[in-house]
Design a protein around this ligand. Sequence first.
Ligand code: ADP
Length: 405
Amino acid sequence: MKILVINCGSSSLKFQLIDSVTEDWLAKGNCERIGIDNSFVSYTKKGSDKVNIDADMPDHNKAIEKVVEILTTGDTAVLSSLSEIDVVGHRVVHGGEYFNEAVLIDDDVIAKITELNELAPLHNPANLIGIKALQKVLKDTPMVAVFDTAFHQTMPEEAYLYGIPYDMYVKHHIRKYGFHGTSHSFVSRTACEFLNKDYDKTKVIVCHLGNGASVSAVKNGKCIDTSMGFTPLEGLIMGTRSGDIDPAVIEFMAQKENTDVKGVINILNKKSGVFGLSEGFSSDFRDLEDGYNANKPGSTRAVKAFCYKVLKYIGAYAAAMNGVDVICFTAGIGENTSIVRKLICDNLGYLGVTLDEEANSKRGFNNVISTPDSKVTVAVIPTNEELEITRLTVNCLEKNGKLCK
Ligand code: ADP
């Protein structure tokens, strides 16, 4: 089966065409600057170099038209016609409490995703635009929604409730939802397969450390806690997001900086994290790693604070699961920045973690980075959210009796 995986943002649309049998991608790309000047598509056909294709994309419908053209015509083509696409898997950020698994998209699902717009105003509306634009060109092709929040729906009440009046949860659905679910699910399961452990009997902590970053506790194949919350602002210190903060800071900062709640939330989302801590030096760990190695105070401060927060969450989740068997690092920083893994693992001696420094210097593949006598296995597991979306999409078709080939 050929699956088109779509990840639609407000000004971008990432796509990947994947063969579900080989699980290999055939083509992938990103429509960038949709609705802005100088929009273009970066595109790679399997076996060819990446190309940037200029394309006027004033809206997402035009972007989809361009994607269709690229996939089906000229040198870039990988399909003879659109009918070769068997199913579309859409990444949808917020599934609220409605969705604990991937679902076939119908009018009711669209209505529920729309209702959830208020919980994810930056993401769900863009995801819906992508769904509707694809529906226009692929009228009879089944489409599946795969939610970032779904994997975390197994969290118990004591983990997802905030300590606020209970009717705030009942009336307004204010609770922890968690994000990056497809990554946490993919990485925890892949780690157990790779390590020959029974997923249903293993306690895994996944550290998804990218620009957005979160940690999750996966006990016996089910997520029982995760660091992101009602929004992706909670939890770890991230590229530009503050992570956990005393809510009283918001009013205080608003007064001192002569702004309002919205202004403060903007600072916490866009000007904080390692970017803010390094005094605006960089949100990119490649720069921060260089700065740390050169003893630059801003980079050192940011890297240390980032690692300290991850370390605290690992401790918390080892406690929440009454132990931990496997700790995984994934995403841009988790997969590539060995100094971050070292700074964290060197402080996990109390759990019986011993780092294999040689193994920790490698990157790019599933890899155990703890020593053979380490009580907890530490592994780097590259994430692959598109592949997880593919697998969940196929599962969903199967469950609905719609699997064609
Ligand atoms: P997101 O998907 O949330 O945008 P990514 O998972 O792509 O984030 O991670 C981005 C982060 O990973 C950046 O801080 C970047 O510096 C870091 N990163 C990516 N590649 C490397 C690399 N080769 N070496 C060090 N850090 C890297």
